[in-house]
Design a protein around this ligand. Structure first.
Ligand code: ADX
Length: 208
């Protein structure tokens, strides 16, 4: 029995009221037969964060695990539609995404965040919202040159033409992680190889 159910079933004199105890993250995770945690993918636009996040979720799904992707592009169409790309807006984008990730981990899920998240200090604030070991920072590393060559959305070309301001790597800074849990070389490795690398790490850490 869950601890909260046990409380409810305890016989008590009518004048004594028991408040129901909220379920815990551990209980919610246990019901899903997993340990909840957050994978935080950071890197330049076009580095491969969304692709790797999607493959990770599919991998977890196939294994019967419960995960969810929080993708910057998707969040910016809804929850964060009021935010642009100034420093203040990116800070707020990261703060909100951190809080949503926190809630979903509390709900017992494995959360995969795919956000440029260019600032070291905000990534550290994100980390601080989780228990030690529950936050896994993953640097999806591709050089600016390579991201610009890929330019999947044509945004680098736009930024170079001056049609897009504050573009990360062009006229807005990106601070690479100094000590990420995982450093992926998304130029030398395929997305699938990156996923395998992450899984090996998670197994070694006992997270899966
Ligand atoms: S973050 O910097 O605030 O973490 P986020 O990951 O949410 O960025 O959004 C990045 C996506 O927004 C990019 O993949 C790109 O498609 C789009 N985008 C539009 N304008 C910009 C810009 N000025 N800088 C970076 N990305 C931009």
């Amino acid at each position: 029995l869950l601890s909260s159910q046990r409380k409810i079933m305890t016989l008590a004199p009518p004048e004594i009221r028991f408040e129901p105890q909220p379920l815990t993250q551990q209980e919610r995770g246990r019901q899903k037969l997993q340990q909840p945690f957050c994978l935080w993918l950071t890197g330049l636009s076009g580095a491969g964060k969304s692709t790797i996040a999607t493959l990770l979720e599919q991998h977890f799904f196939a294994e019967g695990r419960h995960s969810y992707v929080l993708d910057g592009d998707v969040l910016r169409r809804g929850l964060n539609r009021d935010l642009g790309f100034t420093q203040a807006d990116r800070v707020e984008n990261m703060r909100r995404t951190t809080e949503v990730a926190r809630l979903l981990v509390d709900a017992g899920l494995i959360v995969i965040v795919a956000l440029i998240s260019p600032y070291r200090s905000e990534r550290n604030l994100a980390r601080a919202r989780f228990q030690p070991g529950e936050f896994v920072e993953i640097y999806v590393d591709a050089s600016l040159k390579e991201c610009e060559r890929r330019d999947p959305k044509g945004l680098y070309a736009k930024a170079r033409r001056g049609e897009l301001k504050n573009f990360t790597g062009i006229d807005s800074s990106y601070e690479p992680p100094e000590a990420p849990e995982i450093h992926l070389d998304s130029v030398g490795s395929s997305p699938q190889e990156c996923v395998d690398f992450v899984m090996t790490y998670l197994q070694a850490r006992g997270l899966i």
